[in-house]
Write a protein that binds this ligand. Structure first.
Ligand SMILES: [Zn+2]
Length: 285
């Protein structure tokens, strides 16, 4: 058991045992929310510590994802200041109320930055009853259009909204690269997404005992359409469920995904890196 600078808590041996031989990257984390959840102010030293701890386990890069304009701005600064950190910018579907044209103009300016690899997270959230579905769809479509205009990947948040997410993508015309963050559909939807060329990013949920349907979905996805993510500080993998998530815990999820899809762990990591290069333009090393 060791104490971690970013959480201050001791860890079970499974974390060290899950370390990866082939380094991989975290396709979706909220480094700012992670700091806040741990009682720290989001800062360069927090990011540096989180990435140092992640590297020990073989997680050498992370995409930090904005969910408001302010958080997107923070993510771009973090990506600018830290090798191995990249940014995605957007306003989350539960945060879109009151968004102005000026907000979109700032998002576009941020999205064009060299350290920004995706427009996200954007999409539809029918779980939290905060904004009308029609409004959400309008803003989702503006984000889709933005991703196409700046030529970056679209990173989708889809909660209880599978059919409407797929329909809006189809009707608006999907960008070249589409990533479903924290994929939560069934095997039929996974097949449909893969056939459309979309990439499915699997979170720590795949390690949960009560998630056989998600493992079945992962099993039908071709290896070149797979990504892995923490969504830190959320969706913490077993056996740390209930504690804050962090990029250093990603190997637990990578191993569960390899088992679910019957992939060799090293081959899966190599495939994930190749997909990161193709979709986000991440360095290939
Ligand atoms: Zn997220």
């Amino acid at each position: 058991m060791t104490d971690r600078a970013t959480s201050g808590a001791a860890e079970p041996p499974e974390v060290a045992q899950s370390r990866l031989a082939v380094p991989v990257f975290d396709a979706h984390a909220h480094l700012d929310a992670m700091a806040q959840r741990a009682g720290f102010t989001p800062s360069d030293s927090f990011v540096a510590n989180a990435m140092r701890e992640a590297r020990e386990g073989g997680v050498v890069r992370a995409i930090t994802v904005g969910d408001t304009v302010a958080s997107s701005r923070w993510c771009v600064a973090a990506a600018t200041n830290h090798a191995g950190v990249y940014a995605a910018v957007a306003v989350h579907p539960t945060e879109i109320a009151g968004m102005t044209d000026d907000d979109y103009a700032e998002l576009e300016q941020l999205a064009r930055g060299p350290r920004v690899v995706a427009v996200g997270e954007t999409g539809l959230d029918y779980y939290w009853d905060r904004t009308e579905p029609a409004d959400q769809q309008l803003h989702f479509r503006r984000h889709i259009e933005l991703a196409k205009r700046v030529g970056k990947a679209l990173m989708i948040h889809d909660r209880n909204a599978h059919a409407d997410v797929l329909r809006n993508l189809r009707e608006e015309g999907a960008p070249e690269h589409v990533v479903f963050h924290a994929f939560s559909g069934d095997a039929a939807m996974a097949r449909e997404c893969a056939a459309a060329g979309y990439v499915l990013s699997f979170p720590g949920v795949i390690t949960f005992k009560n998630a056989p349907a998600l493992r079945a979905a992962a099993a039908v996805v071709p290896i070149e359409n797979l990504l892995v993510e923490t969504d830190a500080p959320f969706l913490t993998p077993h056996p740390l469920r209930g504690r804050p998530n962090a990029p250093r815990l990603l190997p637990l999820t990578v191993r569960a995904l390899a088992t679910a899809g019957r992939h060799d762990i090293d081959a899966l990591c190599a495939a994930v890196n190749a997909t990161g290069t193709r979709v986000f333009g991440l360095p290939a090393d």
